[in-house]
Design a protein around this ligand. Structure first.
Ligand SMILES: Cc1ncc(COP(=O)(O)O)c(C=O)c1O
Length: 377
């Protein structure tokens, strides 16, 4: 089976986890602090706060910004539903913003059109699949309206725009260490910020409301328990030693896919000018005429031992948001098209070029079987 993803876990990662398990100190301690520091340094943020996953990171980010019932939050349409769910979980209303057809990320012009008419408490762009959203323009719009930006950088550790890493463009950035990300802690998340007041609030919220500065436990707010364990942090630290190696390999594999898709009926992903794409996923577009056959194509490839899947989700058309707000196809036309055509291809460090060649050949055969042509030219 050519799997969609395989995390890069090696002997030193196993050893790092075992060493911590053997100490018996298992919950948030020196390993978590060291992992936080490693991420803060890597992304160029003053503070990093580890949590148990990126969904928790995003929800705490919104709570730290006082997002609550009656508020509206501008958010991209095209993402893993956690991005929209956390807004609903805070009691606020997501205001969905359609995407740019090239980067699959929040369209700054569409954002501006919404902000002209609607007051929002925060803006949540996503760096979808590890490709940077147009943060220069999104932050300019946000500044004009005085709205804070929370970056959903779940997939974008190491991505950059104009030399500035994902996560530090907005007031808060959130990362995931789920196994489909470049580095993993199993489940895991990190919040980064340069703002000391927000960093303190986030530490209180993640740990039962305990005052992080008091010598003895003192509970100064209602807080959650969203902490990371010591053995997850040890794994994260071990993984961070190889993050650049992993990203460079993923970029090389993406470049090989790009070459294989040149002149084919599939459209390869593109990144924003001046940005560094880290390819959390390699998501290409099927030709429009293959859209009705996408599920059949995915199943046929699985039968051939090749695991592929869709890109990600059209959040306004998921049952929850569609039913609540009455969204329909046509409300977000760019997302309609990209979500319907997207296909995510296998990508992991040990994937071989020959496997890529084989799976692309198989995919094109399968598309042709369903009545499309393999070559545009
Ligand atoms: C864009 C995006 N945001 C948020 C999340 C949630 O991350 P986690 O699984 O760490 O909670 C994901 C997960 O894949 C994601 O892709």
């Amino acid at each position: 089976m050519i799997r969609l993803t395989i995390p890069s876990i090696e002997e030193d990662d196993l050893q790092a986890v075992c060493n911590i398990l053997a100490t018996g100190y298992l919950v948030q301690g020196p390993q978590v602090a060291a992992f936080e520091q490693a991420i803060a340094e890597y992304v160029g943020a003053r503070y990093a706060i580890a949590v148990c996953n990126c969904t928790a990171a995003l929800q705490l980010a919104l709570l730290a910004l006082d997002v609550g019932p009656g508020d509206k939050v501008a958010v991209t349409t095209y993402s893993w539903p956690a991005t929209g769910n956390v807004i609903a979980l805070c009691g606020a209303q997501p205001i969905f913003i359609d995407i740019d057809p090239v980067t699959y990320n929040m369209d700054p012009q569409a954002l501006e059109r919404i902000l002209e008419q609607t007051s929002v408490k925060a803006i949540v762009p996503v760096h979808t699949f590890g490709g940077m959203a147009d943060m220069r323009r999104i932050c300019a719009v946000a500044d004009r309206y005085g709205v804070p930006v929370v970056e959903d950088a779940a997939c974008a550790l190491g991505a950059e725009l104009e030399g500035c890493r994902a996560g530090v463009w907005g007031i808060i950035g959130c990362f995931s260490f789920h196994p489909r990300k470049a580095i993993t802690t199993g489940e895991g998340g990190m919040i980064v910020t340069n703002n000391d007041i927000l960093a303190r609030r986030l530490r209180i919220l993640r740990n039962h409301g305990i005052n992080p500065d008091a010598p003895d436990p003192d509970f100064i707010a209602p807080g959650y328990n969203l902490r990371l364990t010591e053995f997850q942090a040890a794994l994260g630290l071990s993984q961070m030693k190889k993050v650049e190696r992993i990203i460079k390999k993923r970029q090389a594999l993406a470049a090989h896919y790009n070459k294989l898709l040149e002149r084919s009926c599939l459209t390869s992903p593109r990144s924003l000018a001046g940005s560094r794409h880290v390819y959390q996923s390699y998501v290409a577009l099927l030709p429009p005429e293959a859209v009705p056959h996408r599920s059949a194509i995915i199943s046929a490839l699985r039968q051939c031992g090749i695991e592929i899947t869709i890109g990600t989700y059209h959040m306004p058309l998921t049952t929850y948001f569609r039913t609540l707000y009455g969204f329909q196809p046509g409300d977000f036309p760019i997302t309609d098209e990209i979500a319907a055509r997207s296909i995510s291809l296998p990508l992991y460090e040990t994937l071989q070029n020959e496997q890529q060649e084989h799976l692309i050949w198989t995919l094109i055969q399968e598309i042709e079987k369903h009545g499309s042509t393999s070559l545009n030219s």
